[in-house]
Design a protein around this ligand. Structure first.
Ligand SMILES: [Zn+2]
Length: 87
């Protein structure tokens, strides 16, 4: 009976140690990931508007497929200008 009690104690101590270690690792991970800037929500990919020669985020650009190629424009105005010039 005494041996069993000792084993239980060792097992309990081991589990407590593992939990303690896990919490420490978890804290270290959350601390490291915390300072990362939240501002970058976009993909960061920039595309060029060939009409007015400006770069803008892909998310904000107007996409147009002309002759199987992707073109990006900052506004409908630039898109129209490009389409007019193609004619
Ligand atoms: Zn433009």
């Amino acid at each position: 009976m005494e041996m069993l009690g000792f084993l239980r104690f060792v097992l309990f101590a081991l589990i407590a140690y593992i939990i303690y270690k896990t919490i420490r690792v978890y804290h270290a991970l959350t601390q490291k990931s915390h300072p990362s800037p939240k501002s970058e929500q976009t993909s960061g990919l920039m595309v060029k508007d060939n009409v007015c020669n400006t770069y803008l985020p892909k998310e904000d650009a107007i996409k147009e497929i002309i002759d199987g190629k992707e073109f990006f424009f900052c506004s409908q105005e630039c898109r129209q200008k490009y389409l007019e010039s193609k004619k």
